[in-house]
Design a protein around this ligand. Structure first.
Ligand SMILES: NC(=O)c1ccc[n+]([C@@H]2O[C@H](COP(=O)([O-])OP(=O)(O)OC[C@H]3O[C@@H](n4cnc5c(N)ncnc54)[C@H](OP(=O)(O)O)[C@@H]3O)[C@@H](O)[C@H]2O)c1
Length: 197
């Protein structure tokens, strides 16, 4: 398969590694990958797709949302979060349909803060829950049997380590990546896949 993986960070790297055997992985990201894309900019997503030709699968493991106490979240913080992690991934699907093969797949990244919020997660929880709903609905209207799923990762162990946080809640990126592999290689659609040990 020709698989586009947007995001080369903690999760994107693990997903690319997990899918690398027997597949062509094309990595894209804001700054560090060879293929550059800013998912917050619809024209940038369209340019990327046009430059790549036909794909069998697209995985998006990119998208930022602002984590801060609700009282401190500004209009700009909400706009940033909605434009970036939410509409960025919505547009990866909308513009991706015409570039994905019959029966291919598009996999988005939400996050467990949708279902299990913490103080400071209001914008992130909003965006993650929106992504779950969008993936379920978009899959209904996907052309040519293209499948659409969201993965909802819990905290990733490597991220908790980098932030010096309690590691007990996390799952290693390699374990999280298995949910993406299932979405790309299996038959799920309209699903929110929750990585588990
Ligand atoms: N890590 C966790 O614990 C965790 C848990 C649940 C959900 N998530 C979600 O999973 C996604 C990936 O997380 P991560 O931990 O792998 O992040 P990360 O290590 O910070 O990496 C983020 C990646 O996304 C790329 N990126 C950022 N903004 C972009 C944009 N506007 N357009 C295109 N690419 C962009 C970055 O590109 P450059 O490297 O080029 O800058 C980088 O490759 C995020 O949406 C995050 O909210 C993460």
């Amino acid at each position: 398969m020709r698989i586009l993986v947007i995001g080369t960070g903690t999760i994107g790297r693990a997903v690319a590694t997990a899918l690398s055997a027997g597949n062509e992985i094309i990595s894209a990201s804001l700054r560090s990958a060879t293929v550059k894309v800013d998912i917050a900019d619809p024209a940038s997503i369209q340019r990327m797709y046009r430059s790549l030709g036909t794909l069998d699968a697209v995985v998006c493991a990119a998208g930022q949302a602002k984590f801060a106490p609700l009282i401190q979240l500004s209009d700009a913080d909400f706009t940033f979060s909605l434009d970036n992690k939410l509409m960025g991934q919505v547009n990866v699907v909308r513009f991706g349909f015409e570039h994905v093969q019959d029966g291919g797949s598009i996999t988005l990244t939400a996050g467990s803060l949708a279902q299990t919020p913490t103080r400071g997660s209001a914008a992130v929880s909003l965006v993650n829950a929106g992504l779950e709903g969008f993936a379920r609905a978009a899959a209904l209207e996907a052309p040519r049997k293209i499948r659409v799923n969201a993965v909802s990762p819990p905290w990733v162990t490597e991220t908790l380590q980098a932030l010096n946080m309690d590691l007990s809640q996390g799952l290693p990126a390699a374990v999280v990546a298995r949910a993406y592999v299932r979405s790309v290689t299996g038959s799920d659609t309209r699903s929110t896949l929750k990585p588990s040990p």
